[in-house]
Design a protein around this ligand. Structure first.
Ligand code: CDP
Length: 238
């Protein structure tokens, strides 16, 4: 038996700024898996559209822009960095001008088809933790573990402000950030193509009152139970 067969796929979905990437990153590290931030890919496409003045109502412009886009990830000093056409855009994609435009861009079906195809390719080997909005429903509907994260709006806003500050972005008010999160959740949950929703078989984690260590412990226990069962099945089947 190939060792890779013991790896599983983990999907982490949920509302804006509720700790998905913190959990997914830590989980991947503990398990020795690849971590992919699918939201960063939607943000990178949005940055390209903004910088190149792409009219998102014009299907042809969107299609030819997508042909020019290549998104990759690299680990720099232990941190995940998003590259758009070989340029490090990790900080730029977190700016409010991108946050304010990313949800409308994410409603476009051709954008979703393009990114979902890349994401499925990245997950072919399993051993991956991916976070986003449609990972358990569309990208990896067969994922062995699906988590759906929630947290109170106040907690989410505070966490996002701190996260932005840690990236040197400190010019946004509580109200501005909260408004952006609420508006993105509204658009993401109501779009017709792959709206944000909990997969029927996802486990809900409300982390409003959990520390990052506690939420990691919870998710790791769930993941290890599944991996263990898989190992037993495979040793029985030879
Ligand atoms: O701010 P937060 O980390 O919660 O969001 P993100 O994961 O960076 O995602 C930014 C935006 O990309 C979301 O608000 C969605 O509009 C879109 N997105 C999506 O449509 N599907 C995904 N799988 C991931 C993100």
């Amino acid at each position: 038996m190939n060792d890779l067969n013991n790896n599983i796929t983990i999907a982490v979905d949920g509302f804006a700024a509720c700790g998905k990437s913190t959990l997914a990153k830590a989980l991947a590290k503990e398990l020795g898996y690849i971590y992919i931030d699918s939201g960063a890919m939607y943000r990178a496409v949005t940055l390209y559209f903004l910088d190149n003045s792409i009219d998102i109502e014009d299907d042809l412009s969107v299609a030819s822009a997508l042909e020019q886009i290549r998104i990759t990830f690299r680990n720099i000093d232990g941190n995940n960095h998003t590259f758009l056409n070989e340029k490090d855009v990790e900080n730029e994609i977190r700016a409010m001008r991108v946050s304010d435009f990313v949800s409308p861009v994410s409603t476009i079906s051709s954008v979703r088809r393009f990114l979902v195809a890349c994401q499925k390719e990245m997950g072919k080997q399993k051993g991956i933790v991916m976070d986003g909005r449609d990972i358990g429903t569309v990208v990896f509907p067969d994922a062995e573990l699906k988590l759906f994260m929630t947290a109170s709006p106040e907690v989410r806003t505070k966490r996002r402000l701190l996260e932005l500050e840690s990236k040197g972005i400190s010019d946004y008010s509580f109200e501005q950030v909260q408004k952006n999160l609420t508006e993105r959740d509204r658009i993401d949950s109501t779009r017709s193509d792959s709206p944000l929703r909990k997969a029927d078989d996802a486990i809900v984690i409300d982390n409003s009152a959990l520390s990052t260590a506690e939420q990691l412990m919870l998710a790791l226990t769930l993941a290890n139970e599944i991996i263990e069962k898989k190992n037993i099945r495979e040793s029985v089947n030879g």
